[in-house]
Design a protein around this ligand. Structure first.
Ligand code: SAM
Length: 198
């Protein structure tokens, strides 16, 4: 593991060492559009943290894997999976170097509150034909600038998810910025549901 990856792992291990044992929650895009999920197949929760998305996917009956750089986060997810009585494959990995084999295509991939643009370029190759991507993370044009990362490298530009995943067919996209009555709608984040057609 290189220095950046070691720093990231240490930082996130510290964050998760201080968190509660409250069940982690799935992101809004996955909860809202969970009716699009298949009832069988393989799913991957990328940068899963304590794995709210992975737990939802496994409870849906999907053969679920969860990837994160932080072993402390993965331990917390392992405990929750036991409580829920679901099996989740835990992958301790850095998205900068993670590569799945041809045999390891996924029918569903979820990414929430995480942005690694190089990984996004490779992500469609991990999706099986007919596979769905659910993506939700923070944007630069926020109504509450203190919500989400302060480093602009980890924030989406307006319309950026559409550019990053231009090879996929867009089923849902929400990116409201600060337009209109900001007490309504998803703010601070953008969300995308997209389909790998072939
Ligand atoms: C803000 S948390 C989001 C967790 C979860 N997806 C959620 O929405 O609650 C960001 C996650 O990214 C993970 N992470 C950070 N850098 C990573 C990397 N290079 N590779 C894999 N995971 C990484 C952290 O350990 C952390 O769990």
């Amino acid at each position: 593991m290189d220095t950046d990856a070691n720093d990231a792992r240490r930082k996130w291990d510290r964050v998760y060492a201080g968190t509660s044992t409250e069940p982690a929650r799935a992101c809004q895009v996955l909860k809202t559009f969970s009716y699009l999920l298949p009832t069988s197949g393989r799913a991957l929760d990328v940068a899963c943290g304590r794995g709210g998305n992975a737990l939802l996917l496994a409870q849906q009956g999907l053969n679920t894997s969860a990837l994160d750089i932080s072993p402390v986060a993965l331990d917390a997810l392992a405990s929750q999976a036991k409580v829920y009585g679901v099996a989740i494959e835990l992958i301790e990995a850095d998205t900068a170097v993670y590569r799945a084999s041809e045999a390891e295509k996924f029918d569903v991939i979820v990414v929430s509150n995480y942005l690694d643009r190089d990984f996004c370029q490779r992500l469609p190759q991990l999706l099986a034909a007919g596979g769905l991507l659910f993506y939700q993370t923070f944007v630069k044009d926020r109504t509450e600038p203190d919500k989400g990362p302060s480093n602009p490298d980890f924030l989406l530009d307006a319309g950026e998810l559409l550019k990053l995943f231009g090879a996929l067919r867009v089923l849902q996209y929400v990116d409201l910025g600060t337009i209109g009555d900001v007490s309504h709608g998803l703010r601070n984040q953008a969300m995308l549901v997209a389909l790998q057609e072939n």
